[in-house]
Structure formats: structure tokens, C-alpha cells
Design a binder for this molecule. Structure first.
Ligand SMILES: Nc1ncnc2c1ncn2[C@@H]1O[C@H](COP(=O)(O)OP(=O)(O)O)[C@@H](O)[C@H]1O
Ligand SMILES: N[C@@H](CCC(=O)OP(=O)(O)O)C(=O)O
Length: 372
């Protein structure tokens, strides 16, 4: 059998690790974490930023508390509260010899669904990566109520990929990809290396989600994650975490996996979300100089702002109009209507003095702006 070709390294990827990879019956699998940390360090040297979504808090906490496996939510939450610091300590220990600092983010569904919370989490992840830290994300299991839970880290990682505008989501599991049936139950099942569309037939290959291992969701939640990621312009690669350097081998094409194609790219998906699905809640009227800057791909700065209309909050979609009321663009405002009104005509350096704080020089950052 010929090895698949090496994959082009993405600019940013999210790698999700299931409980069975991160933990065993005794505690964290330190060798696996160290291997993964080496792969992440190597990727950074090659220009790829990696964000980790790590399961394992419940399994580690159960072990520490001596709680049996049970579906009781309060027990799971107590286990998560106990296991999460153990999990983070294990990750910190894995990255420390490489001189890399780890950072914990605990997210709920709200953080990925509410626009303001989404932008906030996005900003935090961007700031962490810029500062050279490795973001390690899990669901905020210990207090999230049923309505606030994503419920599994496969889908959580897809939402993280969306909010981080990642190009690739890698789901490392105990299986090396999608098969025509569950390979544990059907030895005749065959491996699928490429999925171009998540049709109902493909989705049905995952069977139902109930299984008895340490993981949550089985293959079904992985395909659901791939669907979320694809719509956000992010491809998915499902592979095995077994053996040495599993992430590097999967990306090199040395180890096989299942690749699920993206629809478009993350920037286009994000911008069509802004332009196509959000109703503007206000208007920013701008002068000719600012209009020229937007046309050249710049951000909207308060220096070119003439007037503010409507009642919008930070993160809301606003329309940008020229002096004659022609709509030039739409985007997500970094300041609310009241703040924006106080910033009319202000230079970047004056923002902090006018408001007492600053959320950056741009009213609408170019990444959050779509020209009409
Ligand atoms: N069509 C399929 N192809 C591959 N694996 C499948 C399929 N259907 C069900 N599975 C099961 O999904 C499991 C992986 O899910 P899970 O144990 O939840 O992983 P993780 O803990 O990594 O999230 C596999 O071990 C396999 O038994
Ligand atoms: N947030 C949970 C993990 C949930 C989950 O999806 O687990 P898994 O299927 O093992 O990735 C924890 O840290 O225990």
C-alpha cells in the first residue's frame, strides 16, 4: 500500500484529544501528552499555530474521587471539578520541558453561540497565541447546566475551530478514521480516507451514539463536528492517537486518517455569516477618507466617524454608510452605540482618555468587516 502524500500544513489547527488518549485507569498518560506537546512545538516552528481541546477531566476526577462511572450529572460535574486541575497540571508538565506555557479556557455552548461571548473568546485565543501560549480548552463541565452544555468535546472542538478561524480540525481518537461500520463490531468494515460531503448515508455509518468506553459520542459526534467545521470553512481529519507522534504522522501522511473537506475557507464563511445572517442594529456614518481606507482593505477607525445611529451593543452588526446614506459595508462593532458616539472623530491614542479604557483602535476591525 502506498502512503498518502504529506498534507499542506494549515496556518492554524485545532487538535481534539479524547479521554481514552489523555488518561488511563491510573491518571494522565504522561508519555502521550509529552509526545503531543513535541508535535505542537514542531508545528509552531513550521509556522502552524495549534489549539488543543482536551477531554479527560471527568475520567481523571472519577479516579481521584473513587467515583464509579455513572450517568449522574452531579457526579460527573464533581469529577470534572476535581479532574480539570489535574488535567491542566499534566499538560503544563508536558509543555514545560519545551519552554512553552499552557493556558486554560473553559467554554460553554453560550461562549460559542452568543456573538459577544464568541468575539470575546476569539479575542482571548488570539491574544494567547500571539503571546506564545498554548491554549488548552475543555467544556466548563463543573457548572454548565444542560441548556449550556455542548455535551461532547468533538462538537466543542468544531466550535472552537470556527471561533479561532482554524483551517483544520484534527480529531484524535482510538480509531484511525471513519469505517463503513463500527470496526469494533464489524471486522469486515473498511476504512474511508476521503469524505467529500457529509450525506445522510455517510452520517448513518456512525450508528447511534451509545457506547460503553470512556469516550462520549463515538463516531457520530465526530461527524457532527466535521459538519460544523465544514460549514465554517474548516476541514476535518479523524485519526488515531495510538503510537508515537500521532499528530505529526497524521499530518505527514505517514498515518492514515479520514479527511473531510471544508466548504470554502474560514474567512469567507465568517464574512458570509456577518453579511448574510445578521441584521444591522445601527449605522456608522463615515467621511470620504475613511471610505477610501475601507476600500483599500483597512479597518474603520473613529477618526473618520461622522455620526452614530441606533442602539447597538459591542459585537452587534452595524451598517457603515457614507455621508449621503449609501451603504458601504457591514461589520461587527467593537464598541457599543454610546461609546461610539463619544469617539466620533477621535484618534486611536485618544480612545483610552475618552472612555477610560480601550478595546483597540478600530471601531470595526477589518477581519469583522464586509464591503458591500
Ligand atoms: N463507522 C465507524 N467508524 C469508526 N468508528 C466507529 C464507527 N461507528 C462507531 N465507531 C466507534 O467510535 C469510537 C470512537 O469514539 P469515542 O470512543 O467516543 O472516541 P473519543 O473518546 O476519542 O472521542 C470508535 O472506537 C468506534 O468504536
Ligand atoms: N469534557 C469532558 C469530556 C467530554 C468528551 O467529549 O469526552 P471524549 O469523547 O472522551 O472526548 C471531560 O473533560 O471529561
Amino acid at each position: 500500500m502506498t502512503a498518502p502524500p504529506p498534507r499542506r500544513l494549515p496556518r492554524r489547527l485545532v487538535v481534539k484529544l479524547g479521554s481514552a488518549l489523555v488518561t488511563d485507569g491510573q491518571g494522565p498518560r504522561a508519555d502521550f501528552l509529552a509526545d503531543l506537546a513535541r508535535d505542537v512545538a514542531q508545528l509552531r516552528n513550521q509556522g502552524t499555530e495549534a489549539i488543543i481541546v482536551s477531554s479527560g477531566a471527568v475520567a481523571l476526577g472519577r479516579g481521584r474521587l473513587g467515583l464509579p462511572r455513572s450517568p449522574r450529572l452531579d457526579h460527573k460535574q464533581a469529577a470534572a471539578a476535581t479532574g480539570q486541575p489535574l488535567l491542566m497540571q499534566a499538560w503544563a508538565d508536558a509543555f514545560a520541558p519545551l519552554g512553552l506555557v499552557t493556558a486554560q479556557l473553559l467554554l460553554t455552548a453560550y461562549d460559542t453561540e452568543d456573538r459577544r461571548a464568541f468575539l470575546n473568546a476569539r479575542g482571548t485565543i488570539a491574544a494567547l497565541l500571539k503571546a506564545g501560549a498554548v491554549p488548552i480548552i475543555n467544556e466548563n463541565d463543573s457548572t454548565a447546566t444542560a441548556e449550556l452544555r455542548v455535551g461532547d468535546n468533538d462538537r466543542l472542538s468544531a466550535r472552537v475551530a470556527q471561533l479561532a478561524a482554524a483551517e483544520l480540525l484534527v480529531l484524535l481518537s482510538d480509531v484511525d478514521g471513519l469505517y463503513t461500520a463500527d470496526p469494533r463490531l464489524d471486522p469486515a468494515a473498511t476504512h474511508l480516507s476521503e469524505v467529500t460531503a457529509l450525506t445522510p448515508v455517510i452520517m448513518a455509518l456512525a450508528g447511534d451514539s451509545d457506547r460503553s468506553g470512556p469516550g462520549t459520542g463515538g463516531m457520530r459526534t465526530k461527524l457532527e463536528a466535521a459538519r460544523i467545521a465544514a460549514a465554517a470553512g474548516c476541514a476535518t481529519l479523524i485519526g488515531s492517537g495510538a503510537g508515537e507522534r500521532p499528530l505529526a504522522r497524521l499530518l505527514d501522511g505517514e498515518a492514515r486518517g479520514t479527511h473531510i473537506a471544508a466548504e470554502g475557507n474560514p474567512v469567507r464563511a465568517y464574512k458570509s455569516w456577518i453579511a448574510g445572517t445578521l441584521a444591522p442594529l445601527g449605522t456608522l456614518r463615515i467621511d470620504a477618507g475613511a471610505a477610501t481606507a475601507l476600500g483599500k482593505g483597512g479597518s474603520l477607525l473613529p477618526a473618520g466617524l461622522l455620526a452614530v445611529e441606533g442602539a447597538f451593543s459591542r459585537g452587534d452588526c452595524v451598517a457603515v454608510q457614507d455621508g449621503e446614506g449609501r451603504e458601504l459595508a457591514r461589520g461587527l462593532s467593537r464598541y457599543d452605540a454610546e461609546e461610539a458616539a463619544r469617539l466620533v472623530g477621535a484618534k486611536g491614542a485618544e480612545i483610552a482618555a475618552l472612555l477610560g479604557y480601550s478595546r483597540g483602535d478600530a471601531l470595526i476591525h477589518r477581519d469583522d468587516l464586509v464591503l458591500q
